[in-house]
Design a protein around this ligand. Structure first.
Ligand code: NDP
Length: 334
């Protein structure tokens, strides 16, 4: 880059930054999974000039997955990170300003037509008429002290991110849902042996997923088993497991432990401001994405613990943008 174009880029970057910080926005979208980007595509096309905060995990949970085979329009499947990059590109094509930053605080107005305040990682304040919350959900852990101590040293919640380190080794996967089956079948391709530890006598996963793990030779499924201790000083060396029917404890050697027991919604930022259910998911009204505060909408896994699919998240992202657009249209003096 020559000196002039560097200067031009520098000036336009700072000008854009200044605009972002000073002006009042129509829509700020928090989160960059399928819900956030779909909301951005619709909001941008409706001239709402959205600013989207990518958050601490740009692209959301799909960036930690491999093949997505069930998103319509990809007959051969698509890699999760690739799909998210394409959604981002599509949102930017229509003018979404994507901020590689996370939101640290919000002050949400409870008045119709009120201004909501959104603070970025450098404590800059953005004023906005509407907020679309698409912050998703985060992986749950067992919360055993020995497990927590060894996160990153053999304990992981993402096979796609960390499976590579266990090539030809033995690993265990905890959980009996679709995530656990997906993690186990992914790891079975890389590892010598995968042991699934399922606490019930059956799996909650879909029939197709159960069939898949049952048909893979190097996956061993132990029902009625839970982890009581993760063994190892510096790295995971094994597990103490307990048969929850007999109470009998035993030890098994393993090089890695993958936890796949579900997710917690990322809603801490909105505590005491938005109505949530007992497990922390944001409550939306009826068939809309409207929260209990005017001009604040929620889409994706942060408000949906039932379906939790990329395609349903994208659908509610679209709904949130349409709800925000309608809300703005109905305000006096718009
Ligand atoms: P789920 O909530 O469906 O399953 C969680 C699993 O973890 C259950 O088997 C549960 O056991 C077990 N579990 C929970 N807590 C513990 C614990 N403390 N110790 C041991 N086991 C525990 O979560 P998933 O993440 O699997 O799936 C969430 C949603 O996402 C689902 O709707 C699923 O269909 C979807 N999904 C779809 C995929 C796809 O279609 N490709 C891939 C991944 C997820 P129990 O049954 O006893 O409660």
């Amino acid at each position: 880059m020559d000196e002039n174009s560097f200067l031009l880029n520098y000036l336009s970057f700072n000008f854009a930054l200044g605009l972002i910080q000073m002006s009042k926005h129509k829509t700020v979208i928090i989160g960059s999974g399928p819900a956030g980007y779909t909301a951005a595509i619709y909001a941008a096309r409706a001239d709402l000039s959205p600013v989207l905060f990518e958050g601490l995990e740009p692209g959301g949970q799909l960036t930690t997955t491999t093949d997505v085979d069930n998103f319509p329009g990809y007959p051969k499947g698509v890699l999760g990170p690739q799909m998210m990059n394409e959604m981002k590109e599509q949102a930017q094509r229509f003018g979404t300003i994507v901020q590689s930053d996370h939101v640290t605080k919000v002050e949400l107005s409870n008045k119709v037509g009120g201004i909501h305040l959104v603070y970025d990682g450098s404590n800059n304040k953005l004023e906005t008429q509407t907020v679309i919350i698409s912050t998703g959900a985060a992986a749950k852990y067992l919360n055993l002290p020995s497990e927590q101590r060894l996160i990153g040293a053999g304990v992981s919640a993402c096979a796609v991110c960390d499976g590579f380190f266990y090539r030809n080794k033995e690993v265990a996967v905890v959980g009996g849902g679709d995530s656990a089956c997906q993690e186990a079948s992914y790891l079975a391709n890389i590892c010598k042996k995968v042991t699934m530890l399922v606490r019930k006598g059956y799996m909650r996963a879909s029939k197709a997923m159960i069939h898949r793990v049952n048909s893979i030779d190097n996956i061993d499924i132990k029902y009625h088993h839970e982890v009581s201790e993760v063994l190892g000083k510096e790295v995971v060396e094994g597990l103490e497991i307990v048969n929850n029917q007999t109470g009998q404890k035993s030890r098994m050697a393993t090089d890695g432990l993958f936890i796949a027991i579900g997710h917690t919604p990322n809603t801490k930022l909105f505590e005491n401001q938005l109505e949530m259910d007992l497990t922390g998911y944001i409550i939306t009204k009826g068939k809309t994405t409207q929260t209990n505060l005017p001009g604040v909408f929620a889409s994706g896994d942060v408000q949906d613990h039932q379906y939790r699919q990329a395609v349903t998240a994208a659908g509610t992202g679209c709904m949130a943008a349409l709800d925000a657009e309608r809300y703005l249209q109905e305000l006096p003096n718009q």
